[in-house]
Design a protein around this ligand. Structure first.
Ligand SMILES: *[C@@H]1O[C@H](CO)[C@@H](O)[C@H](O)[C@H]1NC(C)=O
Ligand SMILES: *[C@@H]1O[C@H](CO)[C@@H](O)[C@H](O)[C@H]1NC(C)=O
Ligand SMILES: *[C@@H]1O[C@H](CO)[C@@H](O)[C@H](O)[C@H]1NC(C)=O
Ligand SMILES: *[C@@H]1O[C@H](CO)[C@@H](O)[C@H](O)[C@H]1NC(C)=O
Ligand SMILES: *[C@@H]1O[C@H](CO)[C@@H](O)[C@H](O)[C@H]1NC(C)=O
Ligand SMILES: *[C@@H]1O[C@H](CO)[C@@H](O)[C@H](O)[C@H]1NC(C)=O
Ligand SMILES: *[C@@H]1O[C@H](CO)[C@@H](O)[C@H](O)[C@H]1NC(C)=O
Ligand SMILES: *[C@@H]1O[C@H](CO)[C@@H](O)[C@H](O)[C@H]1NC(C)=O
Ligand SMILES: *[C@@H]1O[C@H](CO)[C@@H](O)[C@H](O)[C@H]1NC(C)=O
Ligand SMILES: *[C@@H]1O[C@H](CO)[C@@H](O)[C@H](O)[C@H]1NC(C)=O
Ligand SMILES: *[C@@H]1O[C@H](CO)[C@@H](O)[C@H](O)[C@H]1NC(C)=O
Ligand SMILES: CC(=O)N[C@H]1CO[C@H](CO)[C@@H](O)[C@@H]1O
Length: 488
């Protein structure tokens, strides 16, 4: 019951065709209607001749906010049991430890935005020892609500037959947690909330790929960031949480105009200058889908495109699923917005593009074909008309998490690289969404964007750490070139 069942639920809830309103990501500021269906139709329909999506033009930068916090930024990851890397490689703090620390430092509130809950191993008909970490986390949350006077607020996707969310039912009945469920079908016609975010005292937070699932602490490869002592960013994260909280009230609807306190001035055009560890960078948070973005909030897709566009030398992407199509809405539609941006970077700007996708027993088989297609423009060939060489540098690899033991083989929906991040020569981007159309059209998700340009790139910083993490995985024995998946 995790990543694959994400799909099952998505299949269930997104079978409704997009209604007209949701076909377009419509910019507030520029009346561009970008239909993520057939790009040609976009070009005709919106009078554009460009073959890729244009990001919104942002409001004029106004630096009315100064972050005076000294923040701590820490990468946190789950390395599935028995996965090993070379001794000289860095492994970051385990997700389970980081989240437990967050619960322990909480003084007033713990707010969690989530997809589904199964922190306890009771979802198996037998016992597996690797669920212990999840149970530890669950007990700590229960204890915070019962004995520590901590206010627990939880937003989850509406429970279903496959996602019974027994944990939150128990936290609500015994741990004083207030639990709300978000119904995307009612709000925007289809989709789910897929966010994985923990917000503590509006001062610290986690955002990343780890579900509220014990598997995400021991059996699934996850990547996220812990931000501590950082009220300026945590306050902004609180606005994203408040949008969820608000929209998961009974009969809530997307408002015609948002309450002013939900809008933000921290965005792509005007990111927050944040001092963290011994360096600084500019940071903002993006949100998906656009319907959930009050004024000022950059949408997740816009943030991804801007990071790709700004890259000068390289773009390294690690995502579980990569599809230039929708994946869960039928009929599936071509949606090459990100794919185009990557090809554009590689061809037009000679940026080195690398994509590390994941393969496991539940990967939709067409993913490999789309990835092979991306890889196929990798070329270093003489140009016929000039004495020059054409360099297009695109490489695709597949990361697989082997099952080494009988028990690992037995647990459903484990042993996969579930990471969702990107690193360039300028940026670190850490998200909660896979890269297929659905995630940016009708799925709740959050992006964390760090711009490390011109802000002391030489000191140890999060972008560099993420880059090294990508290199570790890319050159590990678990990664194989895409061509190996096709018999010649
Ligand atoms: C923010 O900081 C800058 C530089 O430190 C300063 O010039 C500016 O006045 C500050 N703005 C506010 C609103 O405090
Ligand atoms: C896997 O990890 C467990 C726990 O660390 C260890 O006891 C076991 O020997 C390992 N198995 C293999 C095949 O490496
Ligand atoms: C670790 O060692 C390998 C092989 O010697 C080398 O290729 C790799 O760059 C090293 N990694 C780090 C982070 O130093
Ligand atoms: C979880 O809750 C559902 C109903 O909400 C119930 O049918 C099921 O037995 C529960 N599962 C466990 C393991 O307690
Ligand atoms: C979610 O909303 C849809 C559309 O309004 C409705 O049909 C469905 O019953 C709701 N689901 C739940 C669990 O309330
Ligand atoms: C956060 O700030 C407090 C008070 O200044 C300090 O005691 C604590 O160690 C800091 N925590 C982190 C993780 O930096
Ligand atoms: C990153 O920061 C640099 C320097 O401040 C700026 O020129 C650039 O536009 C920023 N990139 C993005 C995508 O916001
Ligand atoms: C083309 O490039 C080759 C190798 O760099 C060089 O030897 C040759 O002189 C060049 N020819 C012209 C016409 O520039
Ligand atoms: C995938 O399925 C095959 C066949 O059912 C099985 O042999 C293999 O162990 C599975 N792989 C993982 C990682 O679970
Ligand atoms: C950048 O970081 C290095 C190493 O931490 C430090 O020595 C240097 O003074 C910093 N430079 C600036 C401009 O802050
Ligand atoms: C920041 O400091 C924390 C705590 O010392 C450390 O775990 C983390 O790796 C540091 N982050 C960066 C980007 O250096
Ligand atoms: C859509 C919705 O539920 N909006 C509510 C958000 O919260 C404020 C106050 O908390 C209410 O006034 C809105 O009705």
């Amino acid at each position: 019951m995790n990543v694959q069942q994400e799909k099952t639920t998505l299949l269930g809830t997104q079978s409704v065709e997009f209604s007209g309103r949701h076909k377009c990501l419509c910019s507030r500021t520029v009346k561009l209607c970008i239909i993520p269906l057939i790009l040609i139709a976009v070009a005709i329909g919106c009078g554009l001749s460009l073959s890729y999506y244009l990001p919104h033009s942002q409001p004029t930068p106004v630096h009315s906010h100064n972050c005076t916090d000294f923040c701590t930024l820490t990468l946190t990851e789950t390395i599935p049991q028995n996965l090993t890397f070379r001794k000289n490689e860095t492994i970051h703090v385990p997700t389970g430890q980081s989240l437990l620390d967050l619960i322990n430092i909480a003084k007033h509130t713990i707010e969690i935005a989530s997809y589904y809950w199964t922190l306890r191993g009771i979802d198996l008909s037998y016992h597996d020892d690797t669920s212990k970490e999840g149970e530890r986390l669950f007990d700590a949350l229960m204890n915070a609500g019962q004995n520590r006077n901590i206010i627990l607020k939880i937003v989850q996707n509406i429970p279903s037959k496959d996602y019974t969310d027994n944990d939150t039912a128990l936290l609500a009945s015994q741990g004083n947690a207030e639990v709300r469920s978000m119904n995307f079908t009612r709000l925007i016609g289809s989709g789910i909330i897929h966010t994985k975010m923990w917000l503590i005292d509006r001062k610290h937070f986690y955002v990343g790929s780890a579900n509220l699932d014990w598997r995400s602490l021991t059996q699934v490869k996850e990547l996220g960031v812990i931000v501590r002592n950082c009220s300026c960013l945590a306050t902004d994260m609180g606005k994203i949480f408040d949008v969820y909280w608000n929209l998961s009230e009974q009969n809530a609807e997307i408002p015609k105009s948002w309450e002013p306190q939900l809008s933000t001035v921290i965005n792509e055009a005007n990111p927050e200058v944040v001092q963290y560890n011994n360096t600084k960078g500019t940071i903002y948070l993006s949100s998906s889908p656009p319907e959930l973005c009050p004024p000022g909030r950059t949408s997740d897709i816009d943030s991804i495109l801007s990071v790709i566009k700004d890259a000068r030398y390289f773009v390294s992407v690690a995502v579980m699923d990569y599809f230039p199509t929708t994946l869960y809405s039928y009929p599936r539609k071509y949606w090459a917005i990100i794919d185009d941006a990557l090809r554009d970077a590689a061809f037009n700007r000679h940026v080195r593009v690398r994509v590390l996708a994941s393969y496991w027993n539940h990967t939709a088989p067409d993913m490999l074909y789309f990835l092979r297609s991306l890889q196929s423009i990798n070329m270093h060939i003489p140009l016929w008309e000039r004495n020059k060489t054409l360099h297009v540098d695109v490489e695709v690899k597949i990361f697989e998490v082997p099952a080494y033991t009988e028990s690992q083989r037995k647990i459903p929906y484990v042993r996969v690289n579930h990471n969702k991040y990107m690193v360039t020569d300028k940026h670190a981007y850490i998200g909660t969404s896979n890269w297929s159309g659905d995630y940016f059209i009708s799925t709740g998700g959050i992006g964390f964007i760090l711009n490390q340009t011109n802000v002391n790139k030489t000191s140890d910083n999060l972008r560099l750490q993420l880059h090294n993490l990508f290199e570790r995985d890319w050159y590990s024995n678990y990664s194989q070139p895409i061509n190996k998946y096709f018999s010649v």
